[in-house]
Ligand binder design. Structure first.
Ligand SMILES: Cc1ncc(COP(=O)(O)O)c(C=O)c1O
Length: 470
């Protein structure tokens, strides 16, 4: 009996109806309080819709950061099932290569927007990737008294290095003496004068500075977006002064800006990029750094061995790249329904402009209805923030939306809209309309303007013929 036959015998076990958690309030006590869910549980999910004991919930924030393809993407799943059904290796240490080990590295490198790229992909989380990026930069530098530059409002994760280099995590530094850490923070600039001042200050520190780490968009800092002008000047300064420019693209890569990376969107080539989350769209643990060859030496004992990339995550990741970029005709199975064939061959990045038009329609309406004293729109394209002046109102809006089964993310004063690319136009419009109506309940407003809606595409029977794939 092979695993497919065995799996068929187990099908009943995973049938949706039989998959409701029991004794929720008792079982919650098995979890630490910070990861204890509410009593809402999800028993089925497709794209951006989650079916729960509280009804259907629309996820407008891609599970708060990472599922660029939403839930249960059939292409990724089909590839995983097919891979698992084979007798190819299920795990390998980095001593051995295999097709997907190389294939994923090639894809990450090719779409990284870095010159002469090398990849370290690892079965780890984003925090470890930012740490490794800093280590690679540190290792390559021969400067004395090495200093790293970071920005206030930054968030780079949850390990010791991240605590030191993220402004928002510095309160977590404990156990270690931080007097040795040579990290300099700058305020994210709010205008060109401030930008030039920072560049001048960095110039003063150039003899000691080995690296600068930043998120092109600081999602946890009310979606603060660095200007293209600043990033380009910063890059020129880094090139001139032999400083490694590190982009933490854990929030910005994989499609929300209509490109594979923010680097590509801003047309700025960093020396090292940290990636994770969207890389498998939630289908497995994987993070990576891509670095210019100059930064390829990683000290012995880090970024290797048991952290070798999990093969299933590599398979998932290549499928995610294919979904975003489009799949060559020769690799698409025959006899798929036309709409599915078209979506697989075109790739989802092509859908970003249309979805962005829908979001812009509502953000224009919001800007015309509410005072900028109460609410500002931040972010770009499908990574968009509603930043409240009054944090308690942001919390109220969040709660009201959750009560209406719209799952949005709240970070600091900002409600974050970051939908999966598989959300359909109707779902997106529906959620944005609910957000607009909710804002009207909370904030003083003028008459809503009559702005013509962009044409939306008809609701498609998306993957309703999925079973024909398998
Ligand atoms: C910008 C950024 N960097 C790093 C991280 C850390 O990633 P992880 O939580 O996978 O360790 C995150 C997580 O949200 C992030 O948003």
């Amino acid at each position: 009996m092979n695993s497919l036959q065995l799996a068929q015998l187990l099908t009943q076990k995973y049938k949706t109806e039989t998959h409701k958690p029991k004794n929720i309030s008792r079982n919650q006590n098995y979890l630490t309080p910070n990861i204890r869910p509410t009593e809402t549980y999800i028993y089925q999910s497709t794209r951006a819709t989650l079916h729960s004991n509280k009804g259907s919930i629309l996820d407008i924030s891609s599970m708060t950061v990472n599922t660029i393809l939403g839930q249960n993407d059939p292409w990724v799943k089909a590839n995983l099932i097919a891979y698992l059904q084979s007798d190819r290796p299920s795990f390998l240490s980095t001593r051995f290569g295999s097709e997907y080990y190389y294939k994923t590295a090639r894809l990450i490198a090719k779409h990284s927007f870095i010159d002469n790229p090398v990849v370290n992909h690892r079965q780890c989380n984003g925090s470890d990737a930012t740490e490794l990026a800093i280590l690679a930069a540190y290792n390559a530098s021969s400067k004395p008294h090495k200093t790293l530059i970071s920005f206030y409002g930054s968030y780079h994760g949850q390990n010791l290095t991240s605590y030191f280099v993220s402004d928002l995590q510095r309160h977590n530094i404990f156990l270690v003496n931080n007097t040795q850490a040579n990290i300099k923070f700058f305020h994210p600039p709010t205008n060109e004068i401030a930008e030039n001042q920072i560049l001048e200050n960095i110039h003063h520190l150039r003899k000691f500075t080995f690296g600068i780490i930043l998120e092109p968009i600081q999602v946890n800092n009310n979606i603060y977006t660095f200007s293209q002008r600043f990033l380009q000047k910063l890059k020129a300064l880094c090139d001139q002064e032999d400083i490694a420019l590190i982009f933490d693209e854990i929030q910005t890569a994989y499609g929300w800006l209509g490109k594979m990376t923010a680097s590509e969107y801003f047309n700025v080539k960093p020396n090292i990029t940290a990636l994770s989350k969207g890389i498998t769209s939630g289908f497995g643990p994987l993070a990576a750094i891509v670095a210019n060859k100059k930064y390829q030496e990683i000290p012995y004992g880090t970024g290797e061995k048991t952290n070798g990339a999990d093969i299933r995550s590599l398979v998932a990741s290549t499928a995610v790249y294919q979904r975003l970029l489009g799949i060559p005709e020769s690799q698409i199975p025959h006899n798929l329904p036309d709409y599915l064939h078209q979506e697989l061959s075109t790739g989802l990045l092509a859908k970003v402009p249309q979805k962005s038009r829908i979001i812009t329609h509502y953000t224009n309406k919001i800007q015309k209805t509410f005072s900028p004293k109460d609410l500002k729109i931040t972010g770009l394209l499908l990574l968009c923030g509603l930043t409240f002046t009054d944090k308690s109102k942001a919390q109220k809006a969040y709660q009201l939306l959750m009560d209406q089964n719209i799952y949005i993310r709240l970070s600091a004063n900002t409600l974050i809209i970051k939908p999966a690319l598989t959300i359909n136009d109707q779902e997106l419009s529906y959620a944005l309309e609910k957000i607009f109506i909710t804002l009207k309940q909370i904030l003083p407003h003028s008459q809503a303007p009559n702005i013509p809606k962009p044409a939306t595409q008809q609701l498609k029977p998306h993957y309703s013929h999925l079973s024909t794939l398998f």
